[in-house]
Design a protein around this ligand. Structure first.
Ligand code: FE2
Length: 257
């Protein structure tokens, strides 16, 4: 789609609210059905995200990077940082990507100051999933926990191939839970990175939504929506010791293993 029609599609899918209590589940569900995705703006401010990004930089230690695979399942239930590079076939999918993940569960130390904003994102998730507003925030609940984490797509080629989420929706079906994925935009396109960014395919059209969003926006889509991240800032060389690039926050409900 062109940049103008992307802008129109994002605007049509936009909900403005300054507090989660202003959101109505039936209205969001209706908009999701109409547009296949949502952009919720106003709950989290760009300034809050800027401050978190600075704290991430202050705290960053490249020496803590762990490999794409090989971690113990309990390690990601605390502050933990790892790469995800390659096709992910060890996870029984074929999903090329190049990114780093910072796990930052809500019961771990709030080293980036993101926890208040992850909580807002969780409340949106719980509203859409018709769950109690504090479901699985501070502890496991009904065999699930909140895998609060940051995806960092580094400058110099960070990306995620277009895909539909398949693994988690299959699990959610077994517990009769609707699947919605949400992303908190931590970085600002045009400031933190210049080219590439998140896209999704809604109603047969490919939409590069980050050209029309601001840091702090929450993007929601359902399991039928193909999505990914286009190559970030390929004009600069990749540096492992840099936090430049694009970041998004996720609060996926994971099955307790
Ligand atoms: Fe995904």
């Amino acid at each position: 789609m062109s940049i103008e029609s992307d802008a129109a599609a994002v605007e049509k899918a936009t909900v403005r609210a300054s507090d989660v209590s202003e959101l109505r589940r039936d209205e969001l569900a209706h908009m999701l059905k109409e547009n296949e995705f949502l952009r919720i703006t106003g709950l989290v401010t760009p300034e809050a995200m800027r401050s978190c990004r600075q704290r991430m930089r202050d705290h960053f230690d490249v020496g803590r990077d762990r490999a794409t695979t090989g971690e113990h399942k309990d390690e990601v239930r605390d502050n933990f940082q790892k790469w995800s590079i390659g096709r992910a076939r060890h996870g029984n999918v074929d999903r090329p990507r190049f990114m780093r993940t910072f796990y930052n569960p809500l019961w771990s130390d709030d080293i980036y100051g993101l926890h208040p904003w992850f909580r807002v994102q969780c409340q949106v998730r719980n509203l859409l999933g018709d769950l109690p507003s504090d479901f699985a925030l501070d502890h496991e609940q009904d065999g699930m926990w909140t895998a609060a984490r940051i995806h960092h797509f580094p400058a110099g080629g960070g990306f995620m191939v277009a895909h539909e989420d398949t693994v988690l929706p299959a699990f959610y079906q077994t517990v009769d839970l609707a699947f919605y994925q949400s992303l908190l935009l931590i970085t600002q396109k045009g400031e933190d990175f210049q080219t590439g960014g998140g896209f999704l395919e809604a109603r047969g059209e490919r939409i590069s939504y980050e050209d029309h969003c601001q840091a702090g926006d929450i993007i929601v889509y359902n399991q039928r929506v193909s999505h990914g991240v286009d190559d970030i800032d390929v004009e600069v060389p990749f540096r492992q010791d840099s936090l430049d690039g694009r970041m998004s926050g996720l609060v996926t409900l994971y099955k307790t293993l």
